[in-house]
Design a binder for this molecule. Sequence first.
Ligand SMILES: *[C@@H]1O[C@H](CO)[C@@H](O)[C@H](O)[C@H]1NC(C)=O
Ligand SMILES: *[C@@H]1O[C@H](CO)[C@@H](O)[C@H](O)[C@H]1NC(C)=O
Ligand SMILES: *[C@@H]1O[C@H](CO)[C@@H](O)[C@H](O)[C@H]1NC(C)=O
Ligand SMILES: *[C@@H]1O[C@H](CO)[C@@H](O)[C@H](O)[C@H]1NC(C)=O
Ligand SMILES: *[C@@H]1O[C@H](CO)[C@@H](O)[C@H](O)[C@H]1NC(C)=O
Ligand SMILES: *[C@@H]1O[C@H](CO)[C@@H](O)[C@H](O)[C@H]1NC(C)=O
Ligand SMILES: *[C@@H]1O[C@H](CO)[C@@H](O)[C@H](O)[C@H]1NC(C)=O
Length: 457
Amino acid sequence: MGTDDSSSSTMPVLVGAKRAMRTVAEHHRSVVGFLLGFFVVLLLYTTVFSQFGPRTAIGAPRKPICDLSDPRFDICEISGDARTIGANRTVLYVTPFGELSGNSQEWSIRDQSRKHLEYINNVTVKSVNNASSQASLAPACTSQHAVAAVVFAMNGLTSNPWHDFSDVLIPLFITTRGYDGEVQFLVSDLQPWFVDKYRLILNNLSRYEIVDFNRDAGVRCYPHVTVGLRSHGDLGIDPARAPRNYTLQDFRLYVREVYSLPAPGVDIPYKDDATRNHTEKPQERKKPRVMLINRGRTRRFVNFPEIVAAVRDAGFEVIPMEPRRDLGIEELSRVVDSCDVLMGAHGAGLTNLFFLRANAVMLQVVPWGHMEQSAMRFYGRPATEMRLRDVEYSVVAEESTLYEKYGKDHPAVSDPDSIHSQGWQLGMRYYWIEQDIRLNVTRFAPTLHQVLRMLRE
Ligand SMILES: *[C@@H]1O[C@H](CO)[C@@H](O)[C@H](O)[C@H]1NC(C)=O
Ligand SMILES: *[C@@H]1O[C@H](CO)[C@@H](O)[C@H](O)[C@H]1NC(C)=O
Ligand SMILES: *[C@@H]1O[C@H](CO)[C@@H](O)[C@H](O)[C@H]1NC(C)=O
Ligand SMILES: *[C@@H]1O[C@H](CO)[C@@H](O)[C@H](O)[C@H]1NC(C)=O
Ligand SMILES: *[C@@H]1O[C@H](CO)[C@@H](O)[C@H](O)[C@H]1NC(C)=O
Ligand SMILES: *[C@@H]1O[C@H](CO)[C@@H](O)[C@H](O)[C@H]1NC(C)=O
Ligand SMILES: *[C@@H]1O[C@H](CO)[C@@H](O)[C@H](O)[C@H]1NC(C)=O
């Protein structure tokens, strides 16, 4: 764990390190679950014989371009004769005759958007001269494909929904949406649960079967192979660098479309009678609906029933949600879509924000310990970019269980900066892992009224 550096170099060191440690801890727990729970091995072979076969270069020489310059990801793009040897985690570029006179070139990169994360295993990319001396290095194709392929890893910090989206799904959207489905995914360290959970998105981004790369014994030949995933930031898309200048808002709309949620023009449920459930009593339909997430292990609301009652008293309908209750994502997406407000303590449950409608509110409870910057970075900014309304409620020390546990004079309670200055591990321990929240519903009431006013605007 200590050797992990999952943070990008653009991330403030403290925030990045804390995030990494927390998510790594969650990752370990969940990996055990998956190892026990899943033994299914997908071994899918697709053989799409191309009419044309791999194209050879005409005109300007082409080379595999491995770009190692981005702080978040490494990526290789191979055009021409690309051959994948999944069992060897290798992708070859067979250069057109005469292009490469010297030795072959070789790269070794992590094929996900976290180039520093040691959990991601490397893939080797080699250019092989088609001259006779090296011809044996390029094994013959066992299948030829007419479409492009992308090699990427599904392991890493996935299983925490924030990482599922930030590390894989958004980077995959950025890297492959421009193909309109005409691309095949060769997945290294394939996670069957991930394929199952996000099948609607994966099946839309690619209309071809997903290949379990590590177990793929064949030599697949493609006219174009990308190794790695591009990423522009934490839960972010930079339109200037995205295909078709896609924005994060476009991604939200895309996800909603894939999950068959109401079209972009449809108002928040509170204001949109057409999509309300008309079997409900009229007076119930006049209340805006809050999905209230209670985290399972860390940063829990210890007075959850009292909070539910307070939110109801303020004039909302409440749908309590325990993230670990395994609702299928399709069902969950419909419930979130039916809500006007998504409320929870800072944490991965808020990743459901992709299923909200424009102008819905994300109400984030920011725990004690100067966590406002992380709250903004990981959820607040993405929410605003997606035309959701971001409301943040920062707890005071008295609302943290650290106060009950250590008393008001302990530095973790009285002086978070002094804790953060002693290294990220300590801040992680107190604020991300150890503390729970006893929300002061009196102090919180004005925030609820503010949200109500926003929804009525
Ligand atoms: C995979 O690697 C092994 C060991 O280096 C090698 O013997 C084998 O030929 C490789 N497979 C292919 C298809 O190149
Ligand atoms: C490699 O060489 C073989 C025979 O020498 C030739 O048929 C093939 O087209 C060449 N491939 C490329 C990519 O130049
Ligand atoms: C794996 O890839 C990363 C970058 O993606 C690189 O920094 C590292 O050196 C590679 N590891 C090996 C063993 O080649
Ligand atoms: C992906 O979803 C979009 C929007 O629903 C749809 O137009 C497109 O045909 C889908 N593509 C595939 C490959 O299913
Ligand atoms: C996206 O925007 C950038 C600058 O903002 C522009 O240079 C680029 O051509 C655009 N790309 C597309 C595909 O529209
Ligand atoms: C609509 O409300 C009724 C009664 O509350 C409930 O049984 C039904 O499942 C709801 N339908 C939807 C689509 O939410
Ligand atoms: C809760 O907040 C109210 C209003 O800010 C304050 O008067 C009260 O003392 C707080 N209660 C506790 C237990 O801290």
